[in-house]
Design a protein around this ligand. Structure first.
Ligand code: IMP
Length: 202
C-alpha cells in the first residue's frame, strides 16, 4: 500500500540545485506544506551512484530523510538525446563540468550530435521524484516530455538545458516560455502529479 504524506509534517527538498528547488517549491505551494531546502539543513550532496533516474532519486531521498529525520522529496532528472543513445541522461549535471557551466554542456551535446551524423533531433526530459520517510519507506514516480533539440540555444528563463529543448507542438524553448507554462507541462510536473495523486490526500 502506498504511504501517504501527513500535511502537518515538514518536507525536506533533497536537492542543492536551485533551479529544481525553485520549481519544486512552486509545485508544492498550493499545498501549503512547510518546505525546507537541503542547503538550509546543511545536508551533504551524495554521490549519484545509481544506474537510473529512479535509483539516484531514491538514494538522495533516503539520505536526506535519515539525516533530517523528516520526509524528504528528491528529484533526479536529465536531458536525453535519442541519437546519442539517451546521453547525457543521468550524467546531465556532470556534462556541465565542475563549474556547472551549462553553456559548455549544451555545446557538448551539439558537438556530439553533429559527430553522430544523425539527422534526428528527438530528445526528452526525464524526471524521477522520490518521497522517502525516515523509516525507509519510499515512493517513486517518473515523468517524461518529448521534444526537439534546438540549436543555437534560445531564451534566458529556466535553467540547465532549457534553452535547447523545444517541447513537441510548441515553437518556443523551455527557456523562452513563461515559467508557469513550463511548470504546467514539464517532466517534473508530470511526475509531481503522479506523486500528488498517490501520496497526498486532498
Ligand atoms: P541531477 O538530477 O542533479 O543529476 O541533475 C540533472 C541535470 O539535468 C540538471 O543539472 C539540469 O542540468 C538537467 N535538468 C533536469 N531538469 C531540467 C529542466 O527542467 N530544465 C533544464 N535542465 C534540466
Amino acid at each position: 500500500m502506498t504511504r501517504t504524506f501527513n500535511r502537518t509534517d515538514k518536507l525536506v527538498i533533497a536537492s542543492h540545485n536551485q533551479g529544481k528547488v525553485r520549481e519544486i517549491r512552486a509545485l508544492l505551494e498550493p499545498l501549503q506544506i512547510e518546505v525546507i531546502g537541503a542547503a538550509d539543513l546543511n545536508l551533504e550532496e551524495p554521490e549519484e551512484t545509481g544506474h537510473s533516474f529512479i535509483e539516484n532519486a531514491e538514494l538522495k531521498a533516503h539520505l536526506a530523510a535519515q539525516v533530517a529525520n523528516l520526509p524528504a522529496l528528491s528529484d533526479d532528472s536529465g536531458f536525453c538525446v535519442e541519437a546519442l543513445g539517451g546521453a547525457p541522461g543521468i550524467y546531465s549535471a556532470r556534462w556541465a563540468g565542475p563549474d556547472k557551466d551549462f553553456n559548455q554542456a549544451m555545446e557538448r551535446v551539439s558537438t556530439a550530435l553533429l559527430a553522430s551524423g544523425s539527422k534526428s533531433r528527438r530528445c526528452e526530459f526525464v524526471c524521477a521524484l522520490s518521497l522517502a520517510w525516515p523509516d525507509g519507506i519510499c515512493e517513486s514516480f517518473e515523468g517524461r516530455i518529448s521534444g526537439e533539440l534546438c540549436w543555437p540555444p534560445r531564451g534566458d528563463k529556466g535553467f540547465g538545458y532549457d534553452p535547447i529543448f523545444m517541447p513537441t507542438g510548441f515553437s518556443q524553448t523551455f527557456a523562452e516560455m513563461d515559467p508557469a507554462d513550463k511548470h504546467a507541462m514539464s517532466h517534473r510536473a508530470i511526475a509531481f502529479n503522479q506523486l500528488l495523486e498517490a501520496c497526498f490526500i486532498s
